[in-house]
Design a binder for this molecule. Structure first.
Ligand SMILES: *[C@@H]1O[C@H](CO)[C@@H](O)[C@H](O)[C@H]1NC(C)=O
Ligand SMILES: [Cu+2]
Length: 236
């Protein structure tokens, strides 16, 4: 009996993790793995002080070769991302993995540069928990076959950026380390932008193990006001 329960638990875990592996710009499919630094293995990052929290690719080495594509994105465009459990699989992630979905941008000299440390990030999107409908961002992602859509602010300067896109799974976040961070960075080139200079944060640095949105039980007491980690969303 014990071994059956264990097998079920392990099975649940195996289908758990997820990878952001495809992007659409104003609905146009940019291609599987195109312009995104994806690991081969879908396991989470759990140490918010590690450089792996930036763009993954450390303990989960990148799929080779890393795409050298840079995706053109008009400022103000709608970007859709697509997440799946493993590279090329159809499932999204295990429904136990409830949590927020968050996107940051960092301006870089070259979107294909390997350096990801020391960058200045600003948040452009977040979706957490709606207590009135008991719905997490991840619940909507699963219902939408792994896709989530957000807007690139119209006023950000044109040029090359890394887009850090993230799910935080909170099913085991009662103590730290426990929250599971899934993130990939897309290589984008914003065109027709403006002259905003958003306030920025660093990774590692923006998150702490003590953040109320990182270490919490999502089961009891029921979550009433989930505080998404990181800075406020930048708006024009
Ligand atoms: C970024 O877009 C600008 C404006 O269209 C273009 O001139 C430039 O070549 C693009 N850069 C990359 C790396 O795609
Ligand atoms: Cu998982």
């Amino acid at each position: 009996m014990k071994s059956v329960v264990l097998a079920l638990l392990l099975a649940g875990y195996a289908s758990g993790h997820t990878i952001f592996q495809k992007m659409y710009v104003n609905g146009v499919d940019q291609g599987q793995l195109t312009g995104i630094r994806v690991p081969d293995y879908d396991g989470p990052i759990m140490d918010v002080t590690s450089n792996d929290i930036i763009c993954n690719g450390g303990i989960n080495p990148y799929h080779q070769p890393i795409s050298q594509a840079v995706i053109n994105v008009p400022a103000g465009a709608q970007v859709t991302t697509e997440w799946h459990h493993t590279l090329g699989s159809t499932d999204v992630l295990d429904a136990s993995h409830k949590g927020p979905i968050i996107t940051y941008l960092a301006k870089v000299p070259s979107a294909t540069q390997s350096t990801v440390t020391g960058l200045k990030w600003f948040k452009i999107y977040e979706d957490g928990f709606d207590a009135s409908t008991n719905t997490w961002a991840v619940d909507k992602l699963i219902a939408n076959n792994g896709k989530v859509t957000f807007t690139i602010p119209k006023c950000v300067p044109s040029g090359q950026y890394l887009m850090r896109h993230e799910i935080i799974a909170l099913h085991a976040a009662g103590s730290y380390p426990g929250a599971q961070f899934y993130m990939e960075c897309a290589q984008i080139n914003i065109t027709g932008g403006g002259s905003a200079s958003p306030a920025t944060v660093s990774f590692p640095g923006a998150y702490k193990g003590t953040d109320p949105g990182i270490t919490l039980s999502i089961y009891y007491p029921p979550v009433t006001n989930y505080v998404i980690p990181g800075p406020k969303v930048f708006t024009c």
